[in-house]
Design a protein around this ligand. Structure first.
Ligand SMILES: *[C@@H]1O[C@H](CO)[C@@H](O)[C@H](O)[C@H]1NC(C)=O
Length: 311
């Protein structure tokens, strides 16, 4: 295709990760196992919460939503990545690339919003226990989840449309294992000023404000349990909030690491490896972090197993 004397690129090549070829099979097996664990772990959480009526509370509805978005988040990148590791054809069409970018942003953003909603839920449960059922009404829960969806659908749409108006002409090798927006912007021939402006104006607050709300919620929680000073209560609060905090720190830790990481010319190797952390590892660990530390989930698993055996 030729347009305005420039070749328009209709195909991109994903460079993948810098894995030495002799270790290719080992890493393939590792990533496949991680992906299957992610799918299985999150599916189990969703099904358990659906089956067990004791888990029909806002906290578990949000957790089930988080598992769903984890599942989708890793399914956006992993199957294609695994396929590319197997074959020599690492190409992805222009449209495929934009679609992948769109859903990556959508589910990544959804994950952050759900973490905020879950932090707020814990804040109300612990700091305002008498009002919990009144504040966290089913209507508000649905509303919070719906708003997260609507916002992220529009936000990812905006960025995807802004990338869609760029032209790509020279370089079509993406030094990453999926179509990452910042990697794509580096390949563009046209002016990316508006894209960068939008990332700066919207993307910055979108990372910082949720983080701020989460931190404030947990600080309030810590203050309120310090006032109680009953070891039993403190233990109970830490066992539910501890798992939330580990997920939040895992997710934000890697993202912050990505931004603080000195961006040299060879940035992409680092960047791709670090984003492996939040695209593959975090969605895989979330179900385990919740279920291993959570007595309700453990009981639900045992109940379901007993029902199966006695049938
Ligand atoms: C997500 O949360 C809403 C609101 O609590 C709930 O009605 C819905 O069933 C949840 N969805 C999933 C997939 O768990």
């Amino acid at each position: 295709m030729v347009m305005n004397n420039q070749t328009v690129i209709s195909l991109f090549f994903l460079l993948g990760l810098p894995i030495p070829s002799e270790h290719q099979h080992l890493f393939y097996a590792l990533f496949l196992a991680m992906y299957l664990t992610t799918v299985l772990g999150n599916l189990i959480i969703i099904i358990l919460i659906h089956l067990d009526s004791h888990l029909h509370t806002p906290m578990y509805f949000f957790l089930s939503n988080l598992s769903f978005s984890d599942l989708c988040f890793s399914s956006v990148t992993m199957p294609k990545f695994l396929q590319n590791m197997q074959s020599q054809h690492t190409s992805i069409t222009y449209a495929g690339c934009l679609i992948q970018m769109y859903f990556f942003k959508l589910f990544g953003g959804l994950e952050i919003f759900l973490l905020v909603v879950m932090a707020y839920d814990r804040y109300v449960a612990i700091c305002l226990p008498l009002y919990y059922t009144r504040i966290m009404s089913p209507k508000l829960c649905v509303c919070l989840v719906l708003m997260s969806w609507i916002f992220n659908v529009l936000y990812s749409m905006l960025h995807t449309l802004l990338v869609a108006r760029l032209s790509f002409c020279k370089d079509n090798v993406i030094p990453h294992f999926f179509c990452d927006m910042s990697a794509l912007l580096k390949l563009a021939c046209s002016d990316i000023y508006i894209n960068e402006l939008m990332i700066f104006i919207l993307g910055g607050p979108l990372m910082v404000i949720p983080f701020f709300i989460i931190v404030v919620s947990y600080v309030q929680i810590v203050f309120s349990i310090l006032k109680v000073s009953s070891t039993r209560v403190i233990h109970k609060v830490f066992s539910t909030c501890g798992s939330h905090l580990s997920v939040v720190s895992l997710f934000y830790g890697t993202i912050i690491g990505l931004y603080l990481c000195p961006s040299s010319n060879n940035f992409t190797v680092n960047e791709a490896s670090i984003s492996l952390m939040y695209t593959v590892v975090t969605p895989m660990l979330n179900p385990f972090i919740y279920s291993l530390r959570n007595r309700d989930i453990k009981e639900a698993i045992i109940k379901v197993l007993i029902k199966k055996i006695s049938l």
